[in-house]
Design a protein around this ligand. Structure first.
Ligand SMILES: C[S@@+](CC[C@H](N)C(=O)[O-])C[C@H]1O[C@@H](n2cnc3c(N)ncnc32)[C@H](O)[C@@H]1O
Length: 281
């Protein structure tokens, strides 16, 4: 905990910034979980070189704060969904008991949302998202075994029940236990957009969302960004719904989140085995 005590002022600033700009629901519990995650990452990174960051500020803003934009996108989508469920309900039903029953159903629907973070590394954006939205059911997918050892440790220390899969996404995407089972797939800094779509979209239910972090520069690039992904989107059955641009404190790049929605079954041959390479230790 000594790392955290030295960084208390930084955490106060982080809390203020996030509550004002990213997610309003930053509770004492949220802060405590971020402190634990921060300490574990610092401790394990000394031995295992899990993630690169220049200093504590960089870890907190470039990694935690950036990851929380995925939580914001999920929360915004769920709010729209909840409002549409609620308004159709109010039009069709009048009794108080039935209304309470429907509210309970909406709440449990939110809590049952299934999310996977694909190529999570040391847990970004998945773990910050779980800290912000603790009701979600989260799966972390990571092919490198030492990173999964860290993820298992963080899961225990945070008191979460996250599912951690030490496998390649190409393999998981062809397994009926995982294929087309998720409401949201998240991804950050995993690969170029087109192969990233190929390993992500097969895991989504129809109507589910793929949320990917990019910089504005890479989003616009003809090699990595949207212009290169048109064919993949057509084959995989997904379309771009929304792009959210944002900045991070003390960082010059313009960041963005691309949100894709799946509208039809993904053909059985995706993801292709040819994307696979062996797991690393
Ligand atoms: C640059 S790191 C980014 C990690 C994390 N998303 C972040 O933003 O800090 C990319 C991670 O994706 C993992 N990865 C890449 N391709 C993968 C695949 N096909 N299946 C599972 N993991 C994969 C790598 O092992 C690596 O840990």
């Amino acid at each position: 905990m000594s790392d955290f005590i030295e960084n208390e002022t930084l955490f106060n600033e982080f809390e203020d910034y996030v509550a004002k700009n990213v997610i309003p629901f930053f509770s004492k519990e949220t802060r405590k979980k971020f402190e634990i995650y921060f300490c574990e990452l610092n401790e394990w990174n000394k031995k295992l070189n899990l993630i690169s960051f220049k200093n504590a500020r960089d870890l907190v803003y470039r990694h935690f704060c950036d990851s929380l934009y995925s939580a914001k996108a999920i929360s915004d989508i769920l709010t729209v969904y909840r409002l549409s469920v609620a308004s159709s309900f109010f039009l069709s039903l009048k009794s108080k008991r039935k209304r309470e029953g429907a509210n309970r159903k909406q709440k449990s629907a939110e809590n049952a949302v299934k999310i996977a973070d694909l190529g999570t590394g040391s847990g970004m954006p998945g773990i910050p998202v779980k800290i912000a939205l603790p009701g979600i059911k989260l799966t972390l997918i990571e092919s490198i075994t030492k990173k999964c050892r860290f993820l298992n440790n963080a899961n225990n220390k945070l008191g979460f029940n996250i599912e951690i899969l030490n496998k390649r996404a190409e393999e998981i995407g062809q397994n009926p236990a995982y294929r087309q089972r998720y409401d949201f797939i998240l991804s950050r800094a995993v690969s170029k957009l087109s192969p990233n779509l190929e390993i992500s979209i097969p895991l989504l239910k129809i109507g589910g969302y793929f949320i990917v972090h990019k910089t504005k520069k890479s989003e616009e690039s003809s090699k990595d960004g949207l212009p290169s992904a048109e064919n993949a989107l057509k084959h995989l059955g997904a379309k771009l719904e929304q792009t959210i641009y944002y900045n991070l404190p003390e960082h010059e790049s313009d960041y963005c989140i691309l949100i894709f929605k799946k509208y039809k079954d993904t053909p059985a041959n995706f993801p292709r085995k040819s994307c696979c390479s062996p797991n690393k230790p």
